[in-house]
Design a protein around this ligand. Structure first.
Ligand SMILES: CC(C)(COP(=O)(O)OP(=O)(O)OC[C@H]1O[C@@H](n2cnc3c(N)ncnc32)[C@H](O)[C@@H]1OP(=O)(O)O)[C@@H](O)C(=O)NCCC(=O)NCCS
Length: 285
């Protein structure tokens, strides 16, 4: 059987989105978890955006002329973000996933990305093993959390919509916490109108691209992050990705009615700095 890996085009989004939906539905239902993607239309739309966006490098796997999987690399910021990787359930566990991963790790190296990050479904033995074999280290257990909007504010912390002029301050903050910034992702979120910042004592002390599975947040302290979480009108997708070892934040979310929907793991390859502040991970962006 011939397997080729090639660059994805927007026309590939329909078959790849269908595979993406089926692959996640299969693995999630086998473990009694809700699917990450609610419908094939969602995954087709997501992959169409990623396959068309100049900041992403995406590939498809084609076996004997048929598309059997895809994978994406988010190149908008210095640390590349990998995923979603999905392989047609009919051909899983026969090296297609490894080939899709290796193609993007080669790409990341060719672009001199200092590091690559991904978020792994902690209950999935196969993806965990594959990523570890390819050199990814498990860095942080994450709890995906969902629930009704908290609708709370914290005295002394004011939350507002982020503006383009906030980008530099947010990037400096992200750099101070993570050792690199994610300005590419944040710029898109500001343009889309989903990003928020929190201000304390007249300066920006935290931001969120969106309070959702697909958004990240960075803050100087837990109360800064709590102010951002407290102001969200809802939590998009399966929920926000809270670092479980940040016990204070994790318990605060639990006390405010959020529930854990699934365990996940932040994995990285290459440059990684132990965060010097509070943050929420994102599944992709
Ligand atoms: C995860 C996924 C992309 C992997 O693709 P795949 O084609 O099935 O995987 P591959 O056959 O290329 O690689 C699996 C590797 O894990 C190894 N493996 C599988 N199960 C294992 C286990 N329980 N323990 C140890 N190793 C295991 C295999 O031996 C293989 O290693 P090798 O390449 O060194 O031989 C695919 O299974 C999928 O689409 N799953 C559903 C969606 C998903 O979970 N996506 C990832 C989100 S984090």
């Amino acid at each position: 059987m011939s397997l080729i890996i090639r660059k994805a085009t927007p026309e590939d989004a329909a078959p790849c989105g269908q595979i993406c939906y089926e692959a996640f539905l299969r693995i999630s239902s086998e473990h009694n978890f809700p699917p990450d993607v609610p419908s094939p239309e969602h995954s087709v739309g997501l992959l169409r955006m990623m396959f068309s966006h100049p900041g992403f490098y995406c590939v498809v796997a084609q076996q004997d002329g048929c598309i059997v999987g895809s994978n994406c690399l988010d190149e908008r910021s210095s640390i590349a973000g990998l995923g979603p990787i999905t392989v047609d359930p009919k051909v899983q566990n026969s090296r297609v996933g490894r080939e899709l991963m290796e193609a993007l790790l080669t790409r990341a190296a060719s672009q001199n990305a200092p590091g690559v990050r991904l978020v792994q479904a902690a209950f999935h033995n196969r993806s965990l093993s594959l990523y570890a074999k390819l050199g990814f280290d498990a860095r942080e257990p994450l709890s995906c959390m969902q629930g009704p909007a908290l609708r709370l504010s914290i005295e002394g912390y004011s939350v507002r919509k982020a503006q383009p002029a906030d980008l530099d301050a947010c990037n400096r903050l992200c750099h101070a916490v993570h050792g690199h910034h994610r300005g590419g992702d944040l710029k898109d979120a500001i343009e889309q109108g989903t990003a928020t910042v929190v201000e304390r004592a007249g300066r920006i002390t935290g931001y969120a691209t969106v309070l959702a599975f697909f958004g990240h947040a960075v803050a100087e302290t837990n109360p800064d992050l709590q102010a951002l979480i407290g102001s969200a009108e809802s939590f998009g997708g399966p929920g926000i990705l809270v670092p479980t070892r940040n016990s204070e934040l994790f318990r605060w979310c639990l006390h405010h009615g959020l529930r854990v929907t699934q365990p996940m793991t932040l994995m990285t390859l290459g440059l990684y700095n132990e965060p010097a502040g509070a943050y929420l991970s994102s599944i992709l962006f």
